[in-house]
Ligand binder design. Sequence first.
Ligand code: PLP
Length: 385
Amino acid sequence: PFLLSERALSLKPSATVAVTSRALALRRQGVDVISMSVGEPDFDTPEHVKAAAIAAIESGKTKYTAVNGIPELREAISAKFARENGLSYAPDAVTVTSGGKQALFNAFFALLNPGDEVLIPAPYWVSYPEMVALTGAVPVAVPTSPESGFVLDPGELEARVTPRTRMIVLNSPGNPTGAVFPPEVLRAVAAVAQRHNLVIVTDEMYEHLVYDAEQVSIGTFAPEHTLTVNGASKAYAMTGWRIGYAGGPKGVIAAMNALQSQSTSNASSVSQYATLAALSDHAHTAAFVDMARAAYRKRRDRIVAGLNALGLRTPTPEGAFYVMADTTPIHPDELEAARRILDDARVAVVPGTDFAAPRQVRLSYATSMANIEEVLSRIGGLLNS
Ligand code: PLP
């Protein structure tokens, strides 16, 4: 009787699963695989955030909250959007979700109909096209290239607009490329949205991890077209706490709340109080963010220089904690290259296949400098063998 639904069957099997399960199998056999595939900070959650969570538990703040989050947190998020992004979202134009993922999921289900087209710059984070397709809408990739540092060309974007286009998804700084779109590109994308009456969903999860570039929120250029998604996971090393949030037009936020009220209800109450501390105790939070950014910058510089020196072309990303290396010298097919890097160099990387990034693999440098040195030496050994 357990026939899977068409929706469940429509989910694309992940090409990365094979490499991930092989890495796990090798580990179980006692092989010392170094993982460069994880998408989360290697730092611990800051102490003041943990303390706020413990205090919340001890004072019994362990019950249901409002579906859209506790009012104090929505006020803090509204203030954060104004202070750090120049965006004006009133507390009732803000909603709190179980991770950034749920904010995106709710937004797509609140806004998309079957057959609508959604423009997504590629290489992209795999969940965008999968979530869009689950709604029945059609993801349309807009390619970018390593030569331009994976920065979107607004002309390429506009060339793909059709009468069915409804939405543009932006992710800057981006996963998997680390690209940060400069203000003039964002301004041009905002103009495309205005000309064709499109919605912009902007995922700004990595906004604090920007090295030399200028980070601007596209909502400042087209506020009436933009829904802004963010969260605690990457900025404050809080991936396990599952807190995301969104700011947007009140009608859309209300629809997202309605969807959430019939699925997961409120995000974890304890995690909401923890995030409140991250957003309110500016001094401690800024110290943590600055420390993490400085560490990532050093690691980025080392891994980019090292991979290029080995002959694997790797552009210098301006943000996030990922690099994309061209693995053609190892094997022209990136799945096979990733398999060799794993089997022969004992390093787990993610093949670009699922990101629409042929000939490339993604390495996360959210790991120690010692691991980065060892990875470079192991991949160097593979290339020399
Ligand atoms: N958006 C991007 C671009 C990501 O890379 C990730 C996590 O990998 C998320 C959203 C999801 O964030 P969360 O863990 O808060 O759901």
